[in-house]
Design a protein around this ligand. Structure first.
Ligand code: SF4
Ligand code: SF4
Length: 192
């Protein structure tokens, strides 16, 4: 009896150990996986997130005039696995710490994260595309000081390839600089 009274008085003095949520505020544990979100400024529409989403919670549809696409995350289907964040090559997909997911049944189809993202014309050829995010372009071309990441990120993949090919051609020795023995042509006989 004395032990029980001791515990009782201690608990009365210390107050409740639980939070008063939903009547009051509560805390959010570190590294909690909440609502999945997309940053439309750096999403490239690659579709990797949709491909890896085991819950089928992500959808990407092209606009009828092909001027962009709409990316949708159905929060009701999301199982918070974070695979989309893990595999997103640009870091556009993230898992927030927003865990407030209680909602009435009639709102279940309204719980979505949706962005309509427009393509931009390639700075060279005008083909519609999404530019490489600035932080990614800087990392990709960090070892090539002669390339302006800000310029190259606004080129479509084909124009980037052409730019790379031109640059590599400049780095190659000219035929006059090449030693005869270094020249290898398709006509060079091979030993059987
Ligand atoms: S969120 Fe990431 S993985 Fe998904 S389409 Fe955009 S860039 Fe690709
Ligand atoms: S957290 Fe998992 S289930 Fe939710 S959208 Fe991302 S990949 Fe799909």
């Amino acid at each position: 009896m004395a032990g029980f009274l001791k515990v009782l008085f201690r608990n009365l003095l210390e107050g409740p150990s639980t939070d008063p949520f939903p009547l009051g505020e509560t805390f959010t544990p570190a590294r909690l996986r909440g609502r999945a979100k997309v940053d439309p400024t750096i999403c490239m529409g690659c579709g990797v997130c949709r491909h890896v989403c085991a819950a089928g919670a992500i959808n990407i549809t092209h606009l009828p005039d092909d001027s962009g696409y709409t990316i949708t995350i159905w929060q009701n289907s999301c199982c918070l696995c974070a695979s989309c964040r893990h595999y997103c090559p640009t870091g556009a997909m993230s898992i927030s710490d927003d865990w407030h997911s209680a909602h009435p049944e009639k709102e279940k189809f309204d719980r979505l994260e949706q962005h309509t993202i427009k393509y931009e014309p390639c700075a060279h050829c005008g083909t519609l595309m999404r530019p490489i995010p600035a932080h990614l372009a800087q990392r990709l071309y960090a070892k090539n000081p002669d390339i302006d990441p800000e310029l190259i990120r606004h080129l479509c993949p084909k124009c980037r390839q052409i730019e790379d090919a031109k640059r590599n051609a400049c780095l190659l020795p000219s035929p006059s600089e090449e030693k005869p023995e270094e020249r290898v042509t398709s006509a060079t006989p091979t030993k059987e």
